[in-house]
Every structure is written in structure tokens, then in C-alpha cells.
Design a protein around this ligand. Structure first.
Ligand code: SAM
Length: 221
């Protein structure tokens, strides 16, 4: 993010409070994740009319029936990716672009795919205005992944599917981590998969409620 970015103190304080009371208080300890959540101006990724709620403990609508995820869930999923700074990350579901910005703070490259053109273009505008140069966005069906630039050391899917799309498992690098909500439309669990020695090790994190992953390897329209 551009060092010259200026903002009113009120938002910086709201972010510090958000990190302290919603994120660190719930057990997120990765200092790099906490620093990114303190830094990225979440209020710029929501409509102006909702800015006063941008740092509240819940998701918010972003148009097209989609949402920007609750701050704690963004932190939880990001921490699970175990980013150190040199990774190529794939994000499926750009949405507002907020999670994309958090990832861009923590990894070398972020490839992010969104199926709604209006959301993608809005996210692109904000990410560019904030000066992120390590983000590559694409319109399309993210359940197919991004085979031309695979493999990825980390993959995050920010919409819920009935199972982990096969192409995403194929595009995960050796030692890589994938995080995604899996379940039906009403009840889902965050699942983390680690690829070691060519095998996939699966772990269930927390119950969550996400919008649907719609695509060839997700739910049908
Ligand atoms: N990470 C986002 C943020 O910070 O705003 C949250 C986005 S929202 C919970 C999930 C997004 O996934 C929606 O924008 C939705 O359009 C998108 N989506 C659903 N299925 C998709 C697919 N097959 N490919 C790409 N994007 C998809």
C-alpha cells in the first residue's frame, strides 16, 4: 500500500479496536496478520453509506447479493494460510477486494478471481488507488483455478462450496495450504488442506456461513 495514504484518525483507531477486541481477543496470534488488519483501510472497500459499520463484528453487503466477510473470519482464514512473504497466492472470490489487500500485504503475488464484473472493477479501482502492485485480477469461474500461473503456495476460497474443487487441489504446490468453507447453503465448516509428500491432509476449523461458490466445480446457478 502507498506510504503516502492519509486518513482521518477515527478509522485508524477503529481498526486498532477491531484488532484488539474482535481478532486478537479470539485467539489470532500471527503478528503479520494482526499488522495487516491494523493497516488496510477496510472502510474504503464498502459503500459510503455503510462506512460507519466497516469495523463492526459482522459481514456487510457489497452488491450483487454478495458480502465482505466479518473481520475475524478474514483474519482466521489468512492466519491459516501461514504466509511468510514470498508466496504466490490464489484467491477465489475477490468480492470487495478487502481480503485481497490483506493478502497483498503478506505475500509476494496475489491472483484473485471474481465472477461479477461490477465487483471486480470496483475492487480493481480501490486496490489500484491504494497502490497495490502485486495483485492480478481476473473475471471468471474461480472453481477452475488459474492453471497458467499454478502452482500456488496458498489458495483461499471466500465462498462456500459442496466440496473442494478438484482443479484447486491440483494447483496447490507441495507444502501448500488451502482454506475454504465447505458445506451446503446453510451450514458450512472452514476446512484447511495441507499438501505434503503429494498427499492432502485435511483439518476442520470453525463453523461459518458464506455466500455460495457458483461454478463448474461449485454449486450450479
Ligand atoms: N473476500 C471477499 C471480500 O473480502 O470482500 C469476500 C467475498 S464474498 C463472501 C464471496 C465472493 O465470491 C463473491 O463476490 C462472489 O461473487 C464470489 N464467487 C462466488 N463463486 C465464484 C466463482 N466460481 N468464481 C469467482 N468468484 C466467485
Amino acid at each position: 500500500m502507498k506510504a503516502v495514504f492519509q486518513e482521518p484518525d477515527i478509522y485508524r483507531r477503529a481498526r486498532e479496536r477491531m484488532v484488539e477486541t474482535q481478532i486478537a481477543a479470539r485467539g489470532i496470534t500471527d503478528e503479520r496478520v494482526l499488522a495487516a488488519m491494523r493497516k488496510v483501510p477496510r472502510h474504503l472497500f464498502v459503500d459510503e453509506a455503510l462506512r460507519d459499520q466497516a469495523y463492526a463484528d459482522h459481514p456487510l453487503p457489497i452488491g450483487e447479493g454478495q458480502t465482505i466477510s466479518q473481520p475475524y473470519i478474514v483474519a482466521l482464514m489468512t492466519e491459516a494460510l501461514e504466509l511468510k512473504g514470498d508466496e504466490k497466492v490464489l484467491e477465489v472470490g475477490t468480492g470487495s477486494g478487502y481480503q485481497t489487500a490483506i493478502l497483498a500485504e503478506l505475500a509476494r503475488w496475489v491472483y484473485s478471481i471474481e465472477r461479477y464484473p461490477r465487483l471486480l472493477e470496483r475492487a480493481r479501482r480501490i486496490l489500484e488507488a491504494l497502490g497495490y502492485t502485486n495483485v492480478i485480477l481476473r473475471l471468471g469461474d474461480g472453481t477452475k483455478g488459474w492453471p497458467e500461473v499454478a502452482p500456488f503456495e496458498a489458495i483461499i476460497v471466500t465462498a462456500a462450496g459442496p466440496k473442494i474443487p478438484e482443479p484447486l487441489l491440483e494447483q496447490l504446490a507441495e507444502g501448500g495450504r488451502l482454506v475454504m468453507p465447505v458445506g451446503d447453503e446453510w451450514s458450512q465448516y472452514l476446512v484447511k488442506v495441507v499438501k505434503k509428500g503429494g498427499k492432502f491432509y485435511r483439518q476442520t476449523l470453525e463453523p461459518v456461513r458464506f455466500v455460495k461458490l457458483v461454478g463448474e466445480y461449485g454449486f450450479k446457478e
